[in-house]
Each structure stands twice: as C-alpha cells, then as structure tokens.
Design a protein around this ligand. Structure first.
Ligand SMILES: [Zn+2]
Length: 395
C-alpha cells in the first residue's frame, strides 16, 4: 500500500519525500513513525491529490461523512475495497449470532437512499430489511415497525446504541420482548445502563462495534464479549500518546488507522478523531485477531476540567445518568470553560434533589467553579446521521 500510494498519489509522494522515508524500505508500521498523521483537515484540503492516479475518479465509490465534528469529508474507495469492507462487516455481523441470509432490522436516522454501491447493495436486499427511522419515533412508527417485525422475524437488530436503547425502553414499558439472534450496536457510546435495558428486552447480549465511514470496520466484539477484535485483515491500528509514541496495553490514546484495502484513496496513518485503549489480552474464542479494550470516546466529546485535564464524556454520563434517579436522557454541552449546559429528559422520579446531586457530581468531575445550567427538554435532538452525542465540547 505504501509503495502504491507513493507511486500514484501526489499527496503521499510529497509527504514521504518530506519525511525522508523510502517506501521500499518500509516493513512495519513503526517505520512510518516519522510520517505525519493524515488529518481530517488534510483530507478536506487535498482530497483530489490523495486519490490514486491508477483509478479514474468516476470509477470510485464516494461517501460523504457527516460534519459532526465540524469537518465534512469526501471519501472515495475503489470497488474491490468496497467489497472487502462489506465482507469484513458481514463477518463481524455473524459474530453477533446472526446468520447471513436472515432478515435485518435497522434502527437508523434518515434511512439511506441508494446512491453508493453500499446503499445499492442495501436496496438489493431491501425486501429483507426493515427500518425504524429514529428521526420519527412515535406510536404509529413503533406499531408499523413491530408489525413488520412479526412478518419478517429479523435475525439481526442493528443501529446506533442509543437508538436501539430508545426502542427497547419503549418496548420494556409496554412489556413487549423481541427475539433477534444478534444485536449489533454501531456506536462507541454503549452506556452500561442502556446495554442492560436492550439485553433485558431482547434476551441476548449486545455486540459492540467500532468503525467509521472513512476506513469502515475497525473493531468488533465476538460472541465472547471479551473486548473488540481489531479488523487487522484490513487495517493496522495504532494507539498513540499525545507525543506520538505508542501506548502500552491498557493505556488510552489517539486512534490512528492505516487501511490496507482502499487503493483508490490510500488512507495511511489516518487520525480518526477518537481515543481508545489497546489490549494485550487474548480472546478465548481462538480467532487470533488482536483485541482492543474499548473506545474511550470522540476527541470532540471530551470535556475539559478547570485544572486542564480531559474527562471522557461517557464516564460523566455513566456516573450521573445511571446513578441519579429520574434522568431518562441527558446531554452535557461545555459552552465555555466555566459554563455547562445540561439538557435532560426527566423521568417520573425527577425532582429538585436530583438536580442538586447532578450539579454537585458534574462539579466534582470538572471543578467546583463550573456553572451548570440544567434545562428540562422533551427529547435530545440527534445529528443528521441519527447519532446522539451525550457530551459536546465547544472550547
Ligand atoms: Zn473473540
């Protein structure tokens, strides 16, 4: 991939020359430690230069990623790469307990319209997929979804973790159970309390998955739920400290991916924008693919304490939402260093005492000088992609 990129991509040719790296001498990822990381800003500024001249641009599949971190990207992939990515996703889907050929149920915001090859594939199996659009969850949508569920009996329940949770919470209240063979939660933010509700309603374990549009599947749990297997057939994943040196097992760091299957738009040392923890444990399943422990969160979702240290959004949410009575959903926005805006959906047990404890808890994590404004809302809005963000840092 390195030789291909330097030979056919003007961007990488100059990058490697500037770093003084001879591509023919690169034998392992450590040999690239002097190569600057590929950032989202790099991709946005040099999209066409990154593309390989070995392909015609119009022959590449295009996907656009959401602008949730403020940077919208155009990512191209060659056709073989698209197929390999789809294969890796199918393999990981089967680890959940689902078997290829069984119908799917997807819980998604703005279900896809078929434009890319991936979406055409989806349409091809259209009759085998039912959707619940998370942008419009109401009684009628739930009734329709459950009606289709009974007809199709899907083997796989698939979607952003929090969206699956919202459905399962409604079903739990109504005493309705689902029985898929597998559940794949595609969001890194699988909150423990939400996992419990999903597993109670569906009677099986949630399979947590991590990936992104830019390099597709990065890691996925197997049926052992013992950590996430890295998709090392397709990617080399680095976990880096802020000084650029590699993390030790168990140490949280920036996630950097080098993809080995997309020759149309080589992604070499791509900084995904998430943080996660590598592992040296061995999964008892025997697959042999190395593990990572978990994704700590999006870099943009870390809040900043008054003493300067960063706090993972999921830790804040898990230690407030799950411990205080009467909070159904919550989003914490750090508008300024000393100002938090909390939007929360109250449950029946919510009262003044919950709010006092919530404010105290947030100040304990972020600093006692931090002002907290709590606003009760009917729902937490999603992003266009249907993803929910539990914490947003604007500083
Ligand atoms: Zn395993």
């Amino acid at each position: 991939m390195v030789c291909h990129a330097v030979a056919t991509s003007p961007f990488y040719r100059s990058r490697f020359a500037e770093a003084g790296i001879d591509p023919t001498k690169v034998a392992k990822i450590e040999d690239l430690s002097n190569l600057p990381l590929l950032t989202k800003d790099d991709i946005r500024a040099h999209t066409d230069d990154i593309l390989s001249t070995a392909f015609k641009k119009q022959d590449l599949a295009l996907s656009k990623t959401g602008g949730s971190t403020g940077v919208a990207l155009q990512i191209y992939c060659d056709r073989k790469g698209v197929e390999k990515r789809a294969g890796a996703a199918l393999r990981a889907d089967e680890w959940s307990g689902w078997v290829l050929g069984q119908p799917l149920a997807a819980i998604w915001g703005n279900p896809p319209t078929p434009k890319t090859l991936k979406n055409k594939l989806r349409r091809w199996v259209k009759d085998r997929i039912i959707y619940l659009d998370t942008m419009r969850i109401d009684d009628q949508a739930i009734a329709q979804f459950l009606g289709q569920w009974r007809q199709m009996n899907p083997g796989l329940l698939y979607g952003h973790a929090h969206s699956i949770f919202i459905l399962c919470e409604i079903l739990k209240d109504r005493g309705i159970a689902l029985s898929p063979r597998g559940i794949v939660a595609t969001s890194m933010m699988l909150i423990e309390q939400e996992r419990q509700v999903i597993e109670e309603v569906c009677g099986i374990k949630v399979t947590n998955r991590y990936g992104c549009e830019e390099v597709s599947l990065i890691a996925c749990e197997c049926e052992q739920h013992h950590g996430m297997h890295l998709n090392t057939d397709h990617n080399i994943v680095e976990f880096l400290r802020d000084d650029g040196t590699p993390c030790a097992p168990g140490e949280d760091g920036r996630i950097v991916v080098t993809e080995l299957v997309n020759f149309g738009m080589p992604m070499i040392r791509y900084e995904v924008g998430d943080r996660g923890v590598p592992s040296d444990r061995i999964c008892p399943c025997g697959r042999g693919l190395p593990l990572m422990e978990h994704v700590t969160g999006r870099v943009a979702d870390f809040l900043v304490a008054t003493d300067g240290h960063k706090v993972a959004g999921i830790s804040i949410i898990e230690n407030t939402l799950t411990r205080l009575p009467g909070i159904k959903q919550m989003q914490v926005v750090q508008e300024e260093a000393l100002r938090l805006q909390v939007n929360l959906v109250p449950g029946p047990e919510y009262g003044p005492e919950t709010e006092v404890r919530l404010v105290a808890s947030l100040q304990e994590y972020l600093g006692t000088e931090v002002g907290v404004q709590v606003t009760q809302v009917a729902r937490i809005p999603q992003e266009e992609s249907g993803k929910y963000r539990f914490t947003i840092c604007r500083i």
